[in-house]
Design a protein around this ligand. Structure first.
Ligand SMILES: Cc1cc2nc3c(=O)[nH]c(=O)nc-3n(C[C@H](O)[C@H](O)[C@H](O)COP(=O)(O)OP(=O)(O)OC[C@H]3O[C@@H](n4cnc5c(N)ncnc54)[C@H](O)[C@@H]3O)c2cc1C
Length: 753
């Protein structure tokens, strides 16, 4: 009897991708709990290991080396990934809040969001300093300094270990670029690194002096404006660039969470890391304070908390007794001095030596390697039944025999689930700015939608498209599925007016299903509202895997289909391609987070504006690029307007970031081969050692919510590309129609403009 899949019975949400959290997530990946759904909520796809930030500033580490890719970790753990900044928690009602997206339900919550330098402590800091955290923001500003010619007069506020380390790293980097900076380190305390041994503090003082850094102790900055620091003793100092590396503080919104907080606003937890007020919530790292055993806000404690956190989350799930954790009183801190050595501080001891730098690098790299080289367990490809199938080549292009089946392109769900999900999603969409005209009429139940017919001189146009879970964020999936379905109407220059939702939910408890459906519908409703389309109803069933789709209706002028003229029929594409290979690589943990991020941004981008420009530039005909891949869609379009085939110039074909690398390294979506078999390709026009082989492969890559492809005269095509680019589209003329050859011919010739 086929083993039924375990319905989802509980939701464990990891808020933040901090040092403790990544260890807990990996633990649940290695030892999964059937029926427990994991969700990771993070502001960024990448989580930094801040202990390596000074090394990054001085040039020792690159961006990949100091980051953990949370998209990989989520895929590895089979967890949903929600990339959005949490702006509130309702600990009693088990909800996380965000701007412009639905609240997320949790049964068990683990918080590890770290802290941010307190910008409110210094007037004008928000506008004038570069805070060291959030690190993604720091990196962007740091690089703009490197590109804009390295200002000389630098102020760094914060005399702790992180501040001292950063000052020496900046000093080394500036000298590396041939600039002698005048760096001044300001600290309100009378000693440097007050949390370290006094020996270590003296060694740092000497290291800073040797590096030519000016040190100003007992200098509390109370105000800052452009170029000037104002101290509480009314003195001032000038600067060109100012960094802030002060003590971290918790986010303001925690105050309204109902969670018990310590006097500084950090989450109070028992030694079990369980909130002292809400037993279903845990916290670790800088954001948490262990009652009766507070520790400095340092990464070493966040890392150590990881094992206890995963153990206690699991014990809490099964109602078992939790284990207490007593963080060590003395801990080894190693602070780099950017001179080939480092200072080690432990209890009252402090030493400076090269070996400590090697030890620091070894500790940091060992931690990161646990999360940077994740490999998806290899799933053997299904093998055909020897007795009834010949080992022919047939299976090469049958996705059923692919080791990993790519996603993306079955019983009715309970009335209560549907009713409350639709109501919540509609309210959220309204609050997020959706036009009420396009929102469903809540409470009015009709079996079918009565719609107004198309205006005079127009035909009714309909289409339907359903996606499986190409992204694990249900809100985003709703949005992408809506835009994917609408593109069929945009491709025929139709104005979409209404939609019906078609959603299949995996088995889960009612509250979990309701929250998932709310997320999906809210994402879909916002997308439909942006497109001026009303959701008139739909069908929601349950069982098996998640799928989301829309049937869309609209109208288009009943013009006679136009035909293209030989010699003046050019192909324009509106979005780069590569979503298939990138999302397939993501499933195999070999795609970089920034590639996944840009692919998802492209899929979540509507083709409405592109269609408007197509219409205004007299497009002859168009199509949207989806599962069959560009080559097949281009061939279908060419034949629809009277041509036999087309010539595609790979040199001008826009690809998504990372797609070329992935194609060159042999990665393919499971539908790739089938698409390849469906088109006759003629490569005679390609130059011998063409550098565009990856682009050639991209022609067979199945797209989800891909762009539009249109045929226009040359003059209209050039005008269209200008319009599209001015609206932020990565558009291009990629070829022309051929009225003699029934194939897709590839070229890489340079076209003189
Ligand atoms: C320059 C520098 C050097 C340092 N060197 C060391 C060192 O050598 N040794 C040491 O022990 N400590 C060091 N520290 C301190 C250390 O960085 C922190 O103690 C540590 O980062 C805290 O880790 P954490 O796990 O609590 O959170 P973090 O590492 O800050 O991670 C927080 C995560 O939560 C996410 N997040 C935050 N807010 C939200 C939100 N609202 N919604 C969704 N996601 C959110 C972030 O994107 C991030 O992924 C250093 C700090 C700095 C600034």
């Amino acid at each position: 009897m086929k083993k039924p899949s375990t319905p989802t019975l509980g939701e464990l949400v990891f808020l933040g991708g901090g040092h403790a959290q990544v260890s807990a997530i990996k633990n649940f990946a290695m030892f999964p709990v059937p029926g427990l759904r994991l969700t990771i909520v993070t502001s960024d796809y990448l989580t930094p290991y801040s202990g390596m930030l000074p090394g990054y500033v001085e040039g020792k580490w690159n961006d990949d080396e100091i980051h953990i890719d949370l998209a990989h970790l989520a895929q590895f753990a089979g967890a949903r990934l929600v990339v959005s900044t949490c702006t509130g928690i309702d600990a009693d009602r088990h909800k996380l809040f965000f701007n412009n997206r639905p609240p997320l339900h949790f049964d068990l919550l683990s918080i590890n969001i770290g802290g941010q330098p307190d910008l409110s402590a210094i007037t004008g800091a928000k506008e004038n300093v570069i805070p060291v955290k959030p690190i993604s923001n720091f990196q962007a500003l740091f690089h703009s300094l490197l590109e804009s010619g390295l200002p000389k007069k630098i102020a760094v506020i914060g005399g702790g270990a992180a501040g001292c380390e950063l000052v020496l790293a900046l000093n080394k980097r500036w000298h590396y670029h041939g600039v002698a900076p005048q760096i001044t380190l300001y600290s309100r305390t009378s000693t440097l690194m007050s949390q370290m041994s006094s020996k270590a503090s003296h060694l740092m003082l000497k290291a800073l002096h040797d590096a030519g850094i000016k040190i100003q102790l007992k200098r509390a900055v109370k105000k800052i404006d452009k170029g000037t620091l104002y101290f509480d003793n009314e003195e001032t100092a000038n600067y060109e660039t100012c960094f802030l590396v002060s003590a971290v503080r918790p986010p303001e919104w925690l105050k309204s969470s109902a969670l018990e907080l310590d006097k500084n606003g950090f989450i109070e937890v028992h030694p079990t890391l369980q909130s002292t007020s809400h037993p279903h919530i845990f916290a670790a790292g800088d954001i948490a304070t262990v009652i009766n055993n507070p520790r400095p806000k340092a990464g070493v404690f966040a890392v150590r908390a990881g094992a206890v956190l995963s153990k206690n989350l699991r014990k809490k799930l099964f109602g078992k007794r939790l284990v207490g954790w007593s963080a060590q009183k003395r801990y080894l801190a190693i602070i780099g001095t950017s001179d080939g050595s480092a200072i080690a501080s432990w209890g009252h001891f402090g030493f400076k030596a090269k070996i400590f730098l090697k030890l620091k690098y070894w500790i940091d790299r060992r931690f990161m390697e646990k999360y940077q080289n994740l490999l998806m367990p290899t799933v053997p490809a299904p093998v055909a039944f020897q007795g009834i199938f010949l080992p022919t080549d047939l299976h090469r292009s049958d996705p059923a025999f692919a080791a990993m089946r790519c996603l993306g392109c079955a019983a009715k769900t309970g009335h209560k689930v549907l009713e409350s999900a639709l109501e919540d999603a509609t309210n959220i969409a309204r609050l997020a700015g959706a036009d009420p005209v396009f929102l469903p009429d809540i409470g009015i139940e009709t079996d079918a939608a009565v719609m107004v017919g198309p205006p005079h001189g127009h035909n009714l146009v309909q289409s339907v498209d359903v996606l499986s879970e190409i992204v694990s964020d249900p809100f985003l999936l709703g949005r992408i599925a809506a835009f994917h379905a609408l593109s069929d109407l945009y491709a025929v220059m139709a104005k979409p007016t209404s939609a019906l939702a078609i959603i299949n939910l995996p088995e889960a408890s009612l509250s979990i299903q309701t929250n998932q459906l709310t997320q999906i519908l809210a994402g879909g409703l916002l997308a439909l509202s942006e497109s001026g389309v009303k959701l008139n109803g739909g069908h929601t069933s349950e069982g098996g895997t998640l799928s989301v789709g829309f049937s869309v209706t609209g109208y288009a002028k009943n013009d006679k289909p136009a035909m293209a003229r030989p010699g003046d029929a050019f192909l324009v594409i509106t979005k780069p391609i590569g979503t298939g290979v990138i999302m397939s690589a993501n499933m195999q943990l070999i795609a970089k987070a920034k590639w996944v991020e840009s692919a998802i941004l492209q899929m979540a981008k509507s083709n409405r504006l592109a269609a408007k420009h197509f219409d205004s530039t007299n497009v002859i005909a168009a199509t949207d690029i989806t599962g069959f891949g560009l080559a097949r869609h281009a061939l279908n379009l060419s034949r629809r307007v009277g041509a036999k085939g087309c010539v595609l110039n790979l040199r001008y074909l826009p690809l998504l970031a990372g797609a070329a690398q992935l194609f060159s390294s042999g990665v393919r979506s499971s539908l790739h081969n089938q698409n390849c078999d469906a088109v006759v390709i003629d490569s005679q026009r390609l130059s011998e050692n063409t550098e565009f082989t990856a682009h050639a492969e991209a022609l067979f890559d199945p797209q989800t919510s891909g762009g539009l492809l249109g045929v226009l005269t040359r003059r209209n095509a050039e005008h269209l590309v200008e319009l599209l680019k001015s609206d932020g589209h990565n558009a291009a003329i990629i070829g022309h129609l051929d009225f003699n050859n029934e194939s897709v011919q590839l070229s890489d010739k340079i076209i003189e403009s």
